[in-house]
Ligand binder design. Structure first.
Ligand code: PHE
Length: 334
């Protein structure tokens, strides 16, 4: 009885005091356990009253503790996040930029300094924008160069095989002068290995104005490789693309310092980074631009390869596996 009185009177808003109270009554060695232990030695005729009294005390103590804790919690909630300024802060996990994004942003930075804007197009394309407008009519053998993932045939809907489709879209809706780069993901039905994947990333570049020459293209590439790699030795190899004439492939001299350099450059020290050329007049006309007044150049480079080399990553598949042990390594990269 005396204890029930005490329990009823107990009041506190201090977490420590409430806990001490709980231990005193309900703890392992608390009063209630002592009473329960004493139950054996209570004379039989008093057992019932004793039992009732102890149970009442137990309930009262439990209710009291719960009620006081609830009051305390409400008070803390009401104070909000600024309530207890002495509480230790919770660490915020900071992510890292993906190496593809790091390299893409660098490329965008470099070209925006010489007046290029950024444009984008859809990854799911139609035949016109991915092939036909780019001077690759149906049954053109060069279509086989690109192992296309078709979503639907006749009319053809596909996963774009290159970002050159964005050139077409941009020229269809913008008048020259045009200076734009178009980063994005592209898809090709290729066997997946350490060096190639069925999707990867490109940045397309397009420059259309009056009197644009091949020398302008070469100088732009020279500027880019110096800014991007800190190395300016490049070579242009004659090549073929249906949408450019003349066409070239661009290699940058990277060197052979590490095993990754060796693998990525096939032991030559030269890395092929892009295809380029003067936009074919047919393409300009297909997109509503007068090829007698305007000329221009285009290029398309692979981001993944550049990322592998710059960050010495030995397997392209690491870029899409989302392994945090890999991704975390780019925390300090930008
Ligand atoms: N679209 C070509 C490819 O994916 C690259 C390229 C772009 C070549 C623009 C010339 C001009 O291989």
């Amino acid at each position: 009885k005396e204890h029930i009185e005490k329990v009823a009177q107990f009041q506190s808003t201090s977490a420590q005091e409430i806990e001490a109270f709980r231990i005193e009554y309900l703890g392992k060695k608390g009063l209630l356990n002592q009473f329960f232990a004493a139950f054996k030695s209570v004379p039989n005729e008093q057992k019932k009253d004793f039992g009732l009294a102890v149970n009442a005390l137990k309930n009262a103590a439990e209710e009291k503790v719960n009620a006081l804790k609830a009051v305390l919690e409400n008070q803390q909630l009401a104070k909000g996040i600024y309530g207890d300024l002495s509480r230790p802060g919770e660490p915020i996990a900071i992510g890292a930029r993906h190496p593809i994004s790091i390299v893409k942003n660098q490329i965008i930075d470099i070209f925006s300094r010489i007046g290029f804007n950024v444009s984008e197009g859809p990854e799911i394309e139609d035949d016109w924008h991915n092939f036909t407008a780019l001077n690759l009519p149906e049954y053109h053998p060069a279509r086989d160069m690109q192992d296309t993932f078709f979503i639907q045939t006749n009319p053809d809907i596909l996963l774009r095989t290159h970002t050159s489709s964005v050139q077409v879209r941009y020229m269809e809706s913008n008048k020259p002068p045009i200076r734009t780069i178009s980063p994005g993901r592209v898809y090709r039905n290729e066997a997946i290995s350490a060096r190639s994947h069925c999707f990867f990333h490109q940045v397309e570049g397009l420059y259309i104005d009056k009197n644009v020459s091949f020398a302008d293209l070469k100088q732009t590439l020279q500027y880019f490789t110096t800014e991007m790699f800190g190395k300016s030795k490049i070579r242009l190899r004659p090549s073929y693309f249906p949408f450019t004439e003349p066409s070239a492939e661009v290699d940058v001299y990277w060197g052979l310092e590490t095993e990754t350099d060796y693998k990525m450059t096939k032991g030559t020290g030269w890395l092929e980074i892009m295809g380029c050329g003067m936009v074919d007049p047919n393409v300009l006309e297909n997109c509503g631009i007068d090829s007698k007044t305007y000329s221009g150049f285009a290029f398309g480079m692979g981001i993944d390869r550049i990322a592998l080399l710059l960050h010495q990553i030995s397997d392209i598949r690491l870029l899409s596996e989302n392994d945090v042990r890999f991704l975390e390594q780019f925390k300090s990269a930008f």
